[in-house]
Design a protein around this ligand. Structure first.
Ligand code: ADP
Length: 497
């Protein structure tokens, strides 16, 4: 099949979180399965071009509205990567970062249209145009209404996090030649929040106009149909339930492999995991006596329950463990609070707090920890618990979204023995978290052989993209089967659920 992904991220070149990881993992797996896969992302100024192969300019000059662009082509992580250089005077992708600019919506609206202009120029048949998150959601209505000549059989939208929706004014759509007011209706792109009737919601556009909507885990696919997790898009999602199919993410087992990981030393496999993990602690200037090392690798945003992460720090110290955190916050108040914590625990040789986005350090932490805590209020899929398990680190998670679909408490008799792989709790409270931490510490201290057998079982488990990629292919094939070339639409719309 010929599949074109449009995304804001592609790991590790341009990664802010799980989205970039999905792009590389899914694309690599589909490419290895002999599918013809292209990924288009913006050519950000910070991308380290020495990390790609065969870089060449593919289209030196093409117009989007009155602005010029170029398309670059390269091999990255075995995939065909296309880098869209927007020569827009606003320097949209010369900001040294992926997100966090005031004009983020304008940046990605422009990218959406420019990417479609490139596809129009190429004029090649495409089976699936696969969109990821709000950044490129506008492509769904653009293809259906403005770029009708594109030979695309079907559009898939993956939702990696429904909290981020991309909101703007109708006039922002006018800027790229799309009539904003035409789309400002409840059945199109009008934001569902009645307080903002003049707001365009880009993610909603993707949900309404795509042929299939894929949230990144089966539990999350159900949760977002409710007001608690739908962030006002639940009524829209309910209306299109027939085209929603939750597919659990995998992890890219080439980038995440403790036996070959260039960031860690020593590298280790299942047989050498216990020793290997201990040796990976030496680089951290912490108390090296045998005690549980507990940590988190996370963005510090409300979704991730920063107060429960802080509670983990306190309880871990009380229970005699070491606590390590890698993560920073885009929210100044939260960051300031964690800065104070760092001050408070300065000089404590059982605490390590590192507030940077640091890929290498993340690998080193996964290798050194015994327990990784993910207490999120909601979690579309979550990758850190999967990576942790591959590195022989047991996850402690709140049972929500993809965490619920991947972590099965080792002391819950309802879970078949062979599935038990970590610790989980239901209520997002300090009490529930602390009780779970205590259980994990107790197992570590009083039953090391069970603890170690869980480590081995997890390291043997298959968290790769093999099976999820097949699920995506099923969706792609169903859509293509129902494609009617003349009408350029799905008729009748297939049901996924
Ligand atoms: P989200 O996408 O919501 O941030 P996920 O669990 O899906 O959460 O993915 C997080 C990814 O980002 C993982 O690969 C994790 O290792 C990585 N990550 C999170 N924080 C940091 C950090 N401070 N430094 C390096 N990597 C990080």
């Amino acid at each position: 099949m010929r599949i074109v992904h449009l995304s804001a991220e592609f790991a590790p070149l341009a990664k802010a979180g799980g989205l970039g990881e999905v792009l590389v993992g899914l694309s690599r797996e589909l490419t290895r399965n002999s599918h013809d896969v292209d990924i288009i992302i913006p050519k950000y100024d910070f991308i380290d071009l020495s990390k790609v192969q065969d870089l060449k300019i593919e289209v030196p000059n093409f117009k989007c509205l009155e602005f010029y662009n170029a398309m670059w082509q390269a091999k990255a992580e075995e995939c065909n990567l296309h880098l869209l250089e927007a020569r827009h005077p606003a320097g949209y992708f010369h900001r040294g970062k992926i997100y966090g600019c005031e004009d983020d919506t304008a940046r990605f609206i422009y990218f959406s249209r420019a990417a479609l202009e490139y596809l129009k120029l190429k004029n090649e048949p495409i089976d699936i145009l696969h969109l990821h998150d709000w950044h490129v959601s506008l492509c769904a209505p653009l293809v259906k209404d403005l770029f009708k000549e594109l030979k695309i059989k079907a559009i898939v939208l993956s939702i990696h996090n429904v909290e981020y929706q991309g909101k703007c004014a109708p006039s922002d759509l006018d800027l790229i030649g799309f009539k904003g007011t035409h789309y400002l209706t409840p059945d199109r792109l009008q934001d569902n929040n009645p307080k903002f009737p003049k707001t365009i919601n880009l993610l909603k556009g993707g949900i309404v106009y795509a042929d299939a909507v894929v949230p990144v885990s089966p539990s999350y696919a159900k949760e977002i149909l409710t007001p608690e997790y739908g962030f006002t898009l639940d009524p829209t999602l309910q209306k299109v339930q027939h085209k929603i199919k939750g597919i659990l993410n995998g992890i890219d087992t080439t980038l995440w492999d403790p036996a070959k990981d260039p960031y860690i030393s020593p590298q280790y496999a299942i047989e050498s995991a216990i020793k290997g993990k201990l040796a990976n602690r030496v680089k951290f200037a912490l108390d090296q006596t045998k005690r549980p090392w507990v940590g988190g690798i996370t963005r510090l945003v409300p979704q991730k329950a920063p107060e429960l992460i802080e509670e983990t720090l306190k309880t871990t110290l009380e229970l005699g463990g070491c606590f390590l955190l890698l993560g920073s916050s885009p929210i100044p108040k939260i960051q300031a609070h964690f800065d104070q914590l760092k001050e408070k625990y300065k000089g404590n040789n059982r605490v390590f707090l590192h507030y940077l986005y640091d890929e290498g350090m993340a690998h080193q932490l996964y290798a050194a920890l015994d327990l990784l805590v993910v207490p999120s209020y909601f979690e579309p899929c979550g990758l850190t618990q999967l990576i942790a398990m591959r590195y022989g680190t047991l996850p402690i998670v709140r049972a929500t979204g993809g965490l619920k679909d991947t972590v099965f408490d080792c002391e819950d008799s309802k879970n078949p023995i062979q599935c038990r792989n970590g610790f989980s709790f239901v209520d997002p409270t300090k009490a529930a978290l602390n009780a779970t931490l205590k259980r994990a510490f107790a197992l570590f201290k009083s039953d090391p052989s069970t603890f170690q057998s869980l480590i081995r079982r997890n390291m043997q488990s298959d968290f790769s993209w093999k099976s999820p990629a097949q699920e995506y292919l099923k969706v792609y094939r169903t859509l293509c089967k129902h494609h009617t070339p003349k009408l350029q639409m799905q008729e009748p719309i297939p049901r996924f659920t």
